[in-house]
Ligand binder design. Structure first.
Ligand code: NAI
Length: 453
């Protein structure tokens, strides 16, 4: 009998397991694929490893701009992928040893929920049955495969891929078509365009990067057009043929050649086949319904991570796992969904937190916002003379509270947590003006913006 059984060993599950075990709960974690989940194995970490190699290669190609003469730069994609595998293995075994150290029992199998009794919840994996007083579901999400004609066949032959397969591709496709200009599409496009593919991004909306501030998504698009990426916006893919992709844009139908296709049109919570119906856990459009305490509709059952479909980000999953465990332990804890940072690891990076000017206005805030060029930062200019990075600060003009910060430019991914603190702690402009930021850093622009709003 366990105090807690966790389904799924991604960021939500492994973090929750460690926290629960440290708090004294006898914890069992099921993971049928690989510890670390999508994040470590086929998402956040592998893409960042690839993108780092691409960045080094880009620097090498443009080294003369920095006064460094360097010739013979070449990419060895196979070596890049092998390095990615080493990094992933290192981190996955790190998770395994952390769980072991914490005393978590890990079963390398998929389990299903078979029912509940007075003692708790019963799960089955293979022939074995396991019982836990509490249950935490962290089964994550899977890539959505839309009903596009020819797509299933193209996936079977390997012509079309999701994030899972493309990160293991051993060659650089000459022409890569990316369906979906969201986060995955842009990060993958970024890598392959740096290493020599002719990349075309086909996006249904009239802009890339989803809900990102529109001015920032335009700057991002401009940067990638300069690097040679083609964007077909307001365009919908209708068919995949042998070596071709057909799309509709307005009343035009076009077919373009491709050597490989990435399908990145969103992800769906993984709730099928885990036996949720056997205990009556409520789902809505395939996602487990949870409240801010990460409780589901069934007492004693919690859910964290992509499976609730709220904010499909590894760091949200981490936090939700902790929140679930704290609430199980009787420590009231909630997730502040309004202060979750989001990053797109393109080059330049995009990082945002909180409300955009548009979303704040829609919520009825009296908004004041300011846009500042990152050229206010000496460090930014010293590293990006021709950079076009900006920072946008959105404040509530009544209380002068920081509602949102949106950035495009170097180090944005590392700076944004400071802004997330400002949003989470509901800090006011005048308080931030009193803080001292290190100089010279790109982050100083946040402080500078406080004097302009
Ligand atoms: P997404 O939702 O970010 O973007 C999908 C895009 O595909 C949308 O812009 C949509 O309009 C477009 N689309 C949908 N159907 C289409 C069609 N038939 N033809 C053309 N375009 C179409 O989804 P994505 O990029 O697959 O990412 C999935 C999840 O993974 C997201 O929730 C994201 O937050 C997360 N993620 C986060 C990362 C990060 O934090 N850096 C990195 C990668 C993924």
């Amino acid at each position: 009998m366990y105090d807690l059984i966790i389904l799924g060993g991604g960021p939500a599950g492994y973090n929750a397991a460690e926290r629960a075990a440290h708090a004294g709960m006898k914890t069992l974690l099921f993971e049928g694929r690989a510890l670390g989940g999508v994040c470590l194995n086929e998402g956040c970490i592998p893409t960042k490893t690839l993108l780092h190699s691409a960045k080094i290669y880009d620097y090498a190609k443009h080294s003369e701009e920095y006064g460094v003469k360097f010739s013979g730069a070449a990419i060895n994609h196979e070596a890049v992928v092998s390095r990615k595998d080493r990094v992933v293995n290192m981190l996955v075994s790190g998770v395994a040893s952390r769980l072991k150290k914490a005393g978590v029992d890990v079963v390398a199998e998929y389990a299903t929920i078979v029912g509940r009794s007075k003692e708790g919840f019963t799960l089955k994996a293979g022939e074995e049955e396991y019982t836990g007083k509490k249950l935490l579901i962290c089964t994550g999400s899977t890539a959505f495969v839309p009903p596009i004609q020819g797509l299933r066949d193209a996936m079977a032959t390997g012509f079309a891929m999701t994030n899972r397969e493309i990160l293991d591709l051993r060659m650089v496709p000459e022409r890569l078509v990316v369906i979906g200009g969201g986060v995955i599409g842009l990060e993958v496009a970024s890598y392959f365009c740096s290493v020599g593919s002719k990349v075309t991004v086909i996006e249904m909306l009239d802009h890339i990067a989803g809900a990102t501030d529109r001015e920032i998504s335009q700057i991002l698009q401009k940067n990638y057009i300069k690097k040679g990426v083609t964007f077909l916006l307001s365009a919908k893919v209708t068919k995949l043929g042998e070596g071709s992709v057909t799309y509709e844009a307005g009343d035009k139908t076009e077919t373009i050649p491709a050597d490989a296709v990435l399908v990145s049109v969103g992800r769906r919570p993984a709730t099928e086949g885990i036996g949720l119906e056997n205990i009556g856990v409520l789902t809505e459009r395939g996602a487990i319904v949870t409240d801010e305490y990460c409780r589901t509709s069934v007492s004693g059952v919690y859910a964290a991570g992509d499976v609730n479909g709220k904010s499909m980000l590894a760091h949200t999953a981490y936090r939700e796992g902790e929140v679930a465990v704290n609430n199980m332990l009787g420590k009231r804890d909630i997730v502040n969904y309004g202060a979750i940072p989001a990053v797109i690891y393109t080059n330049p990076e995009v990082a945002t937190v909180g409300e955009t000017e548009e979303s704040a206005k829609a919520k009825g805030f009296d908004v004041k916002s300011v846009t500042v060029t990152l050229k206010y930062s000496g460090r930014y200019v010293s590293e990006n003379e021709s950079g076009d990075g900006i920072l946008k600060l959105v404040v509530d003009s009544g209380h002068r509270r920081v509602l949102g910060v949106h950035m495009i430019g170097s180090y944005a991914s590392e700076i944004i947590y400071g802004a997330a603190m400002m949003v989470d702690l509901e800090m006011r402009v005048e308080q931030i003006k009193q803080l001292v930021f290190p100089h010279p850093t790109v982050g100083e622009v946040i402080r500078e913006a406080m004097f302009m709003v």
